[in-house]
Ligand binder design. Structure first.
Ligand SMILES: C[S@@+](CC[C@H](N)C(=O)[O-])C[C@H]1O[C@@H](n2cnc3c(N)ncnc32)[C@H](O)[C@@H]1O
Length: 236
């Protein structure tokens, strides 16, 4: 199971670097780091870190003594992430399947991020429960996942509005191969899981799930051209 999953995400990694061409995505990353409200000395856990875009943004903020544990199932995602942040001592890269219990000491993190990583897991509630266990009292969990009815068109439209017709058109044109590759993997390997998981990540389902795990909602908003649900929750 671990091997099959990591192979699928390794294939995804081949095209995933192109996501930083999207202004909606860059804005999302920026806002997630803002919501994290990082303080010097914070220990941060990023579950499903992908190719390290969030880590790049956190490091840019130049906070002292922070430590990031960035976890992903895919060696290829981690390889690309490490290449972006070569030798950065603030980050520990860990290859791990986040469905397998999250084997870290309880209450050992000040901040936990789940950014577009729950929506492909058939049992996202298990990861939420384990994340809550790892968060210290007063610590923050920041979560951003596609909404149950998320569509691609509003994201494309936002990019056209932000960048202007010509730039956006060329960017999309140049990245078409990556775009189709990702769509293909979603359709062939992930479609069923995404459908199951998204239903469990609807606002009505996720808010009680967080409360059940002693995570109180501090902020609830949308991002990514309105297609993501973003929640900031605090451990009580
Ligand atoms: C859509 S990407 C998002 C990556 C990153 N958080 C971002 O927003 O750019 C989903 C990531 O979750 C990782 N992932 C999927 N299932 C996982 C699992 N069971 N355990 C650990 N990571 C997983 C994938 O390898 C991939 O890097």
């Amino acid at each position: 199971m671990l091997i099959t999953k990591s192979i699928i995400w390794n294939l995804y990694a081949l095209a995933y670097n192109s996501i930083t061409e999207s202004t909606s995505y860059c804005r999302l990353i920026n806002s997630i780091v803002d919501y994290l409200d990082l303080k010097p000395g914070n220990k941060i856990l990023d579950l499903g870190c992908g190719n390290g875009n969030l880590e790049v943004e956190i490091v840019k903020r130049n906070l002292e003594d922070i430590k990031i544990t960035a976890v992903d199932i895919s060696p290829q995602m981690l390889k690309r992430a490490k290449a972006k942040l070569k030798g950065n001592k603030k980050i520990e890269w860990v290859q791990m399947d986040i469905r397998q219990g999250l084997n870290f000491p309880a209450t050992s993190f000040d901040r936990i991020v789940l950014l577009h990583s729950l929506y492909t897991l058939p049992a996202p509630e298990e990861v939420l429960k384990n994340s809550a266990r790892l968060l210290r009292k007063g610590g923050l969990l920041v979560l951003a996942e596609p909404r149950a009815q998320a569509k691609l068109f509003p994201v494309i439209k936002e990019n056209f509005q932000e960048e202007g017709l010509v730039t956006a058109f060329f960017k999309i044109f140049l990245n078409l191969p990556s775009f189709f590759w990702i769509m293909l993997i979603n359709q062939i390997f992930l479609k069923k899981e995404i459908k199951k998981s998204r239903a469990k990540l609807s606002e009505e389902q996720i808010l009680p799930e967080l409360e059940k795990n002693r995570l109180t909602i501090k902020k609830k908003t949308t991002a990514y051209a309105g297609q993501d649900l973003v929640i900031v929750a605090q451990k009580i």
